[in-house]
Design a protein around this ligand. Structure first.
Ligand code: HEC
Ligand code: HEC
Ligand code: HEC
Ligand code: HEC
Ligand code: HEC
Ligand code: HEC
Ligand code: HEC
Ligand code: HEC
Length: 326
């Protein structure tokens, strides 16, 4: 093995997890880090980490370096919370990817660990380093092609992860159908989209193109949202390829729960504020008016059609074969 760094644990190799060779084997299995390590001597090469570890203390060590062969729980929320790292990730809203469809379970560090077992905390999200490698019945531990590949190692029909099975969804639900739909049916998935010239309401905002894949996490957030189905409620939580300045404006994507903010009753599945973050029809003013494309979706943006009604899900849903789908 080529030696990348004098240490096993280093930012350069991306590995922070301790192994049985820790302290020549003498330190493996010990839980009290403070008995051998002095805070002031640690992390001199990584100033950002030094600051937060000194502030939060010895309870953080296993969060980044693993349990060191003990049963110690790994803490994530001690740092990844609204006060210490408010936008990393943004965790507002009561719905999270808590591995349960039926209930909103409280968020725990153990949930974070399922998806990010060996993150290097270097400030850049990399699929290879920062997402847990799941062993798949069909493809083994082959590297993820993209973030969607990670999601569908669990969200599939017949090769789910034993420890994280989909239990509460019907056979046709997206939680189980996602792999099939993504690979074969969905417009945002692998299947190529329409010829723009033939489309009725064509037009995408800067950053997105036709005939490209839209990632699950562009529309769904794992970390917290007010919306059902883990749909993002704010442009900063997804839509990763939009112009950075535009995205930072924090456009809302509210999915009304049958009632809008003015107390009026509206369809439950008016997804227009989500769709309009990326779609904006590029048609004549006349066509725009006729199709409802000039109508503000409620977040200050317009450009999606309303002429077919505001209950978008009747035509636009995952796996839809007949209508235009998703
Ligand atoms: C019995 C003493 C001892 C205890 C307890 C101990 N360590 Fe160590 N640790 C060492 C020694 C010795 C080294 C190697 C010298 C060095 O790098 O400081 C080391 C190295 C490390 C390294 C660098 C490893 C590498 O290979 O690059 C990390 C990270 C580390 N310790 C974290 C921890 C954490 C986290 C804990 C608590 C769970 C802990 N240590 C508990 C003695 C200890
Ligand atoms: C936020 C993540 C994070 C936490 C929490 C953390 N470390 Fe580290 N630690 C790192 C990184 C990153 C490196 C590698 C630094 C490098 O590449 O030079 C490192 C390196 C080390 C090293 C090797 C020498 C050095 O100081 O760079 C030791 C020893 C160590 N950590 C011990 C600890 C102990 C003990 C704790 C708990 C007080 C702790 N770490 C908490 C990220 C963390
Ligand atoms: C179901 C898997 C999953 C769970 C559970 C999960 N994450 Fe993530 N996380 C991801 C994916 C995928 C990304 C990349 C897309 C994104 O940034 O939303 C990511 C990105 C991140 C990022 C970098 C992006 C940013 O906003 O800076 C951080 C930090 C992070 N997660 C921390 C956490 C913490 C802390 C928890 C627990 C509260 C957690 N994650 C739970 C899958 C997950
Ligand atoms: C001592 C505080 C601390 C603890 C504990 C901690 N993190 Fe982090 N984490 C950070 C910091 C600091 C960053 C980098 C932020 C930056 O530079 O933008 C980070 C970044 C990340 C990222 C983004 C990817 C990357 O490489 O930067 C993920 C994912 C992540 N942490 C997950 C976790 C998980 C999961 C745990 C628990 C098992 C955890 N963190 C524990 C401080 C911590
Ligand atoms: C380790 C397996 C695993 C991974 C990886 C995973 N999920 Fe899940 N996901 C689950 C389980 C389990 C549930 C809950 C199913 C149940 O209760 O039957 C779930 C539920 C969901 C839900 C419904 C949540 C709700 O409360 O409405 C969505 C949406 C979702 N996942 C999207 C994603 C996306 C997008 C990714 C990739 C970024 C992803 N998941 C990665 C296992 C996983
Ligand atoms: C993150 C950006 C993004 C979001 C959000 C988004 N889309 Fe798309 N959409 C795209 C991209 C990019 C394509 C082109 C995909 C291709 O051609 O392969 C597309 C294609 C489509 C198509 C196929 C177009 C055609 O003529 O074949 C439909 C229909 C569509 N989107 C509907 C929706 C609906 C409905 C929503 C809201 C629920 C939505 N989109 C949200 C980026 C997005
Ligand atoms: C009665 C069915 C129906 C309903 C309801 C409906 N749409 Fe559509 N939508 C379509 C059809 C058909 C197309 C295909 C146009 C094409 O291929 O050019 C389309 C295309 C789209 C596109 C893709 C534009 C592109 O890039 O080609 C978006 C975005 C979209 N609809 C958003 C919405 C939103 C938001 C709602 C709810 C407010 C909605 N739709 C309700 C039928 C519907
Ligand atoms: C263009 C935005 C978009 C993309 C990309 C997208 N979704 Fe969705 N997703 C939605 C919308 C809108 C709904 C609600 C309508 C429906 O159920 O079809 C939804 C519903 C779901 C649900 C059902 C949630 C529940 O609680 O009932 C799951 C699970 C899901 N998506 C997973 C995924 C996975 C996995 C991927 C990637 C392979 C993905 N989605 C990609 C927009 C998107």
């Amino acid at each position: 093995m080529p030696q990348v760094h004098a240490r096993d644990v280093s930012m350069a190799s991306g590995n922070l997890l301790l192994t049985p060779s820790h302290g020549q084997g003498e330190a493996w299995g010990k839980s009290k880090c403070s008995s051998c390590h002095f805070m002031s001597r640690l992390h001199n090469t990584v100033p950002k980490i030094k600051v937060i570890v000194e502030k939060k203390g010895f309870s953080t060590c296993t969060g980044c370096h693993g349990s060191n062969g003990t049963k110690a729980a790994r803490q994530c929320l001690v740092c990844h919370n609204v006060n210490d790292l408010p936008v990393n990730p943004i965790r507002t809203g009561k719905h999270r990817h808590d591995f349960n469809l039926k209930k909103d379970l409280p968020t725990t560090s153990a949930q974070c660990e399922v998806c990010h077992v060996g993150s290097d905390m270097d400030g850049t999200f990399e699929i290879k380093q920062d997402l847990t490698m799941f062993n798949d019945k069909l493809v083994g531990k082959s590297a993820y092609v993209d973030v969607n590949d990670f999601c569908i190692r669990c969200h599939n029909r017949d090769h789910q992860q034993k420890k994280h099975k989909i239990k509460n969804a019907g056979k046709r639900d997206q939680s189980i159908a996602a792999e099939n739909d993504f690979l074969k049916i969905d417009k945002h998935g692998v299947t190529d989209g329409a010829e723009v010239e033939r489309a009725l309401y064509p037009g995408l905002r800067e950053g997105y193109q036709y005939k490209s894949i839209v990632d699950c996490v562009d529309c769904h957030t794992m970390h917290g949202t007010k919306n059902p189905g883990l749909i993002i409620d704010d442009s900063r939580k997804g839509v990763f390829h939009l112009d950075a300045q535009f995205r930072k404006e924090a456009y809302k994507a509210e999915i009304f729960d049958g009632v809008n903010t003015n107390g009026e009753s509206v369809p439950k599945s008016d997804y227009s504020q989500l769709c309009v973050l990326c779609h904006s029809m590029n048609v004549t003013d006349q066509e725009r008016k006729l199709s409802g494309g000039a109508q503000d979706t409620g977040n200050g943006l317009n450009g999606v059609h309303f002429n077919d009604g505001a209950d978008c899900v009747t035509c636009h849903s995952h796996g839809e074969r007949v209508q235009k789908g998703l």
